[in-house]
Design a protein. Structure first.
Length: 212
């Protein structure tokens, strides 16, 4: 599924291109691309991201519960399944990299992001909830695809599996689905724009918290 040329999702992504480019050039992402990210940094990221993804799934569940039509019910159900698949991947990472996922204490950056997502999903409109969730999915799809284009999925890269996951067509489809929901349930208001940008800012802060 693709975004319409004049869709709200496309306009929001384009208007926040500065943050997307900052993420692509971020030391954490460059470390993943070059295979130079330290093992402790990746271990900490896996644990914190698993905590984050559980909150992300709850955000989807709140959106599903508030969906006014069957389109939303079915789409958010599929998206929850996508997050559960990601959590299985993190469990695999945890096994391979020696990470304990039980009882993870969220870092300030993780907690700031999850609090933002759950507060928006609980108190905001469905459109605002979509605006808070969409940037994560679009950014990771963008990063995965950009890193593959740069050769970061080479077999010698210890983080090749991470790159391949987010470059995959299946992940792009999930990101596109969420963008279609954003187009369906949101309108062009300052609250939507600020929510979208805040999510991307929190993504950058999350990456920064895992640079050592």
């Amino acid at each position: 599924m693709s975004r319409a040329p004049d869709s709200l999702a496309r306009r929001l992504w384009s208007s926040n291109a500065d943050l997307a480019e900052a993420a692509l050039g971020h030391p954490f992402v460059r470390g993943l691309a070059q295979g130079t990210l330290t093992r402790p940094a990746f271990q900490a990221y896996v644990a914190q991201d698993a905590f984050f993804l559980e909150a992300f799934a709850r955000g989807y569940a709140l959106a599903l519960a508030r969906s006014p039509d069957r389109v939303g019910l079915e789409a958010f159900h599929r998206l929850i399944g996508g997050v559960l698949d990601e959590l299985l991947l993190h469990a695999s990472y945890a096994s391979d990299w020696g990470v304990e996922l039980a009882g993870v204490q969220p870092s300030p950056a993780t907690l700031a992001y999850t609090d933002f997502l759950l507060a928006t999903a609980s108190l905001g409109t469905l459109g605002e909830t979509c605006a808070s969730l969409t940037p994560c999915m679009r950014l990771y799809a963008y990063l995965g695809q950009a890193l593959v284009a740069q050769g970061a999925n080479r077999a010698t890269n210890p983080y090749q599996a991470w790159v391949a996951t987010y470059a995959a067509a299946e992940f792009e489809a999930l990101a596109a689905t969420l963008e279609q929901l954003l187009d369906r349930y949101a309108d062009e208001r300052p609250e939507i724009e600020s929510t979208y940008r805040r999510a991307l800012e929190l993504e950058l802060a999350f990456f920064t918290a895992h640079v050592t």
